[in-house]
Design a protein. Structure first.
Length: 202
């Protein structure tokens, strides 16, 4: 099933960038705190007698610069936010479909009969494809960003820009589409069942 394959792929990418984001971020933060402490020790009398303090602080400073450059080059934070939001949206959509909640909790507008999961599946597949297309556009936007200074948190592509920095707007567009479908069903129901006054006039 395409939904399962795509969700597993997105989960794999999410886990990869989650580890990279927190691992590299922790290393940068730790080294950034230790370097000033080591530099302050070098100013003491006994610190001047320990040359390894200088080499240690120099190595950490170099490591911090390299790690930050690599995180920006490979857009670690942007990928982390994008895949995390896409995975959450896919999982949320799956639970809505399984439980027949919100937009899937409806009956046939014409005769009120129960709509099974099989009848609701085309709508579910449409929502999943919409999420996947948003993810692909976000990946393309990040790939085309190049040297533009969009920042890791602000380079979430079309996904992040629709929902603010670091957030995804899957929910907002889904709600809009649900409202449009309800309006269409309401209009169709009105056209099939004219008002009583109109019937009386006829």
């Amino acid at each position: 099933m395409r939904y399962i394959r795509r969700m597993l792929k997105v989960k794999h990418d999410k886990d990869y960038y989650t580890g990279a984001h927190y691992g590299l971020g922790t290393a940068v933060t730790t080294c950034g705190i230790l370097v000033p402490a080591l530099l302050s020790l070098q100013q003491t009398t006994w610190g001047m007698q320990l040359p390894w303090l200088w080499w240690c602080s120099w190595s950490m400073s170099l490591s911090v610069g390299l790690l930050q450059a690599y995180m920006k080059l490979f857009k670690i934070e942007a990928n982390f936010l994008t895949y995390k939001a896409a995975y959450a949206a896919l999982k949320h959509e799956g639970w809505l479909f399984i439980n027949r909640s919100t937009r899937y909790s409806r009956d046939d507008p014409e005769d009120g009969s129960y709509l099974s999961h099989a009848l609701l599946y085309p709508q579910f597949a449409e929502e999943v494809e919409r999420i996947i297309q948003h993810l692909k556009r976000a990946e393309l936007d990040m790939a085309m960003a190049g040297d533009h200074h969009q920042g890791a948190a602000g380079t979430g592509g079309s996904i992040a820009r629709r929902g603010g920095a670091g957030r995804v707007s899957f929910g907002s567009e889904t709600r809009r589409r649900s409202v449009e479908r309800r309006q269409q069903r309401s209009a169709a129901s009105t056209s099939h069942h004219p008002p009583a006054s109109a019937s009386a006039d006829i």
